[in-house]
Design a protein around this ligand. Structure first.
Ligand code: PEP
Length: 273
């Protein structure tokens, strides 16, 4: 079997920060501070900032992602944004973020429909999964079982062939670590990444192409330049989904610089002497 050659990815989730007046400048700064060979960079600004960020990053090899997508293609859904609306604005989309699940009551079924709509419209999903603190406190196996169910539910309605070519990325984001300053350990994140890959294989069955071994798994949850090393030290972890620190150029520069070392070690970029 050919060993997996997964990309190294750092994605920034700007959440409900920046305006169309200042997002382009921040995107240009981020791009200039994170030019590191072999690292796939993605910025996910608010919907209203997608066009200025896309234009600011034109020709710069940084992906632009939306932070959400509706699970229907169109209709009477005031204030929502569908996958076809995003086609010329973004190439990536975050799906199932815990803040969407919590504040907008998104269920696993809705998340699954969102993954499907994204893929049908050529958007590369970053599927977010993760457990609450009470679940983690019941033990790693309980957390891994819950997250595995989230993964299998999310992939269920999408056909195997479409999944295999979708470029799907899965972000393990323990809910208790998001925006709290408290992060999972690298070892726990790596164990969860293995559980996620087993769930991808289980969802795929025998007949279709998406393999867990080929699926990039990111860690997200209070990632900073100071704690990123322990995640990239784990072979199972392929990158980071960064929230608060993604608005800070010094932090993103440090995170992407560390990602570059992993990219070089994996043969995705020339090693530095
Ligand atoms: C996120 O928004 O996906 C996230 C991980 O946030 P933070 O890095 O701020 O915890």
């Amino acid at each position: 079997m050919i060993p997996p050659m997964r990309p190294v990815i750092v994605a920034g989730n700007w959440k409900m920060h920046t305006t169309p007046a200042d997002a382009a400048e921040l995107a240009r700064t981020m791009e200039a501070r994170t030019r590191v060979p072999g690292v796939t960079r993605v910025l996910c600004p608010p919907f209203v900032c997608l066009a200025p960020v896309r234009d600011a990053l034109a020709g710069q090899n940084v992906g632009v992602g939306a932070q959400d997508v509706h699970h229907h293609l169109g209709g009477a859904f005031t204030g929502d944004i569908s996958a076809p609306m995003l086609r010329d604005l973004a190439t990536w989309v975050i799906v199932g973020h815990s803040e969407r699940r919590r504040y907008h009551h998104e269920t696993n079924e809705m998340v699954a429909e969102k993954v499907a709509r994204a893929i049908e419209n050529g958007l590369r999903p970053i599927l977010c999964v993760g457990e609450e603190l009470e679940v983690r406190e019941e033990g790693a196996h309980v957390a891994e079982a819950l997250v595995a169910d989230q993964v299998m539910d999310a992939l269920q309605p999408t056909t195997g062939e479409a999944l295999a070519t979708s470029g799907l990325v899965i972000a393990y984001e323990p809910i208790w670590a998001i925006g709290t300053g408290r992060n999972a350990s690298g070892a726990d994140a790596a164990a969860m990444a293995q559980a996620i890959r087993r769930a991808v294989d289980a969802a795929s069955g025998d007949s279709i192409g998406l393999r867990g071994a080929d699926t990039p798994v990111l860690y997200g949850g209070s990632v900073t330049g100071a704690n990123i090393d322990q995640f990239f030290a784990e072979a199972e972890i392929d990158g980071a989904l960064v929230g608060g620190a993604s608005l800070k150029p010094d932090e993103m520069a440090a995170i992407v610089a560390r990602a570059g070392l992993t990219a070089a070690a994996r043969g995705l970029a020339p090693a530095r002497s």
